[in-house]
Design a protein. Structure first.
Length: 411
């Protein structure tokens, strides 16, 4: 399900807020009309159960009864002869076969302890410290875009009750959550807007942005109708509905000519200390929800999918060996995903460290080999046109020597 954050402002049956602008500096993104979406999987996703390294000679021994099946209805989907994808993600497998998904394994942030909250802060703020809460790497990246470019003018969309840390510092971000109250009438909205324009210009601006986004994304009823049409024939259970609805709303908003171009979604359910297993346990159910959300986003984006990049990440991985409760505990390296029509996919990128006892980090975790910030730098440079120097100084401070990963995107 979605990870709600702080109380937002209710406007017309949806929650919205806007943040002030900061100085901007970047080169233009070109004549394209790109979309860039970040999805954070909260709880620490087990990369070894999501993209399983069945080709590693130590894999079956360290995973024991929780190793990915290679035969039968639950067998992992072959990717490249070494890795297989969890069978609960058939739509993601289709994207991979179409060259619209790639996986980066043994990926990591600079964080090396095992606290969810600290790790998520480091993941979102793009620094090496969880104490930095002023702004986030995506917010700083948006602030560097040329203000005359369409992608900067159109602003950002966050499926959250308030601007998430990763997007703080960006100008013109509106937030959205599925409403819990009946939608106000058009007359009520107009009266509220008029009242705030005379009494609270800041609140009036937030309400105006919220109403504009609702016009683009659609009302609760319209989003529900789009969800029903797009998910026809798919098993969207109650536990997944909020996630899939948010992905649908994001895709609808970002596909519109006057909609936002930068998006954010998040999911919880990846802290699998018990009952995880590999396919049919708690993790499999959550991965199925992620699979459905990605498909809902693709369908809602429509033709805009071809120029979209979706980065999917989690704060850390999990232990290589299972615990006594058929689960895993907090680990280090894991898998990240880069999805979208603009992605040069159909491959797994990995400096694979191995799973033998001597290869493990602190004797228990998948060893970290690929810095997630280098991966994100590659997508931000090649899709949004942000200068590599600015990425190493402003977006991910003190990483000037960390080269962006090349060749992640088409062309």
């Amino acid at each position: 399900m979605l990870h709600p954050t702080r109380r937002g402002f209710l406007a017309g049956g949806a929650a919205f807020t806007a943040w002030a602008s900061i100085p901007k500096l970047a080169r233009a993104a070109g004549t394209r009309d790109p979309r860039y979406i970040t999805i954070i999987l909260r709880g620490g996703m087990d990369g070894l159960a999501t993209v399983a390294p069945i080709g590693d000679p130590a894999y079956e021994a360290v995973r024991d009864m929780a190793a990915m099946p290679t035969e039968g209805p639950d067998a992992g989907v072959p990717l490249d002869g070494f890795f297989v994808l969890n069978s609960r993600m058939p739509r993601l497998a289709d994207l991979y076969r179409n060259g619209e998904a790639l996986f980066v394994h043994a990926a990591h942030t600079p964080y090396r302890d095992r606290s969810h909250f600290q790790a998520q802060d480091v993941l979102e703020n793009g620094t090496t410290s969880d104490l930095h809460h002023r702004d986030g790497w995506l917010g700083r990246a948006i602030g560097l875009l040329d203000p005359d470019e369409r992608i900067a003018r159109q602003g950002g969309f966050a499926a959250a009750s308030a601007t998430p840390l990763v997007m703080r510092g960006a100008p013109n971000v509106v937030t959205w959550l599925p409403p819990g109250l009946p939608a106000a009438s058009d007359d009520t909205r107009a009266r509220l807007l008029s009242l705030y324009e005379h009494t609270d210009p800041v609140l009036a601006q937030a309400l105006s942005e919220g109403l504009r986004l609702e016009m683009v994304a659609g009302s609760e009823r319209e989003v529900a109708a789009s969800l029903k049409a797009g998910m026809e024939g798919m098993d969207v259970r109650g536990i997944h509905r909020q996630t899939v609805a948010a992905a649908t709303a994001a895709g609808r908003a970002m596909s519109a000519d006057d909609g936002p171009r930068i998006g954010f979604l998040d999911m919880t359910g990846f802290d699998t200390h018990r009952g995880q297993r590999v396919v049919n346990g708690s993790l499999g159910l959550t991965l199925s929800g992620l699979d459905l959300a990605i498909e809902a986003l693709r369908l809602a984006l429509g033709p805009a999918w071809k120029d979209t990049v979706v980065t999917v990440m989690t704060e850390f991985g999990r232990t290589v060996r299972m615990n006594g409760s058929q689960g895993t505990d907090h680990g280090t390296a894991t898998v990240a995903m880069i999805l979208g029509g603009a992605v040069a996919g159909g491959r797994v990128i990995s400096d694979w460290p191995g799973l033998s006892d001597k290869a493990l980090y602190e004797g228990r975790d998948l060893y970290p080999t690929t810095d997630l910030r280098a991966v994100l730098k590659g997508t931000l440079r090649d899709h949004l046109g942000i200068d590599a120097k600015a990425l190493g100084v402003d977006v991910f401070p003190e990483t000037a020597d960390l080269r962006p990963v090349d060749g992640l995107l088409r062309g």
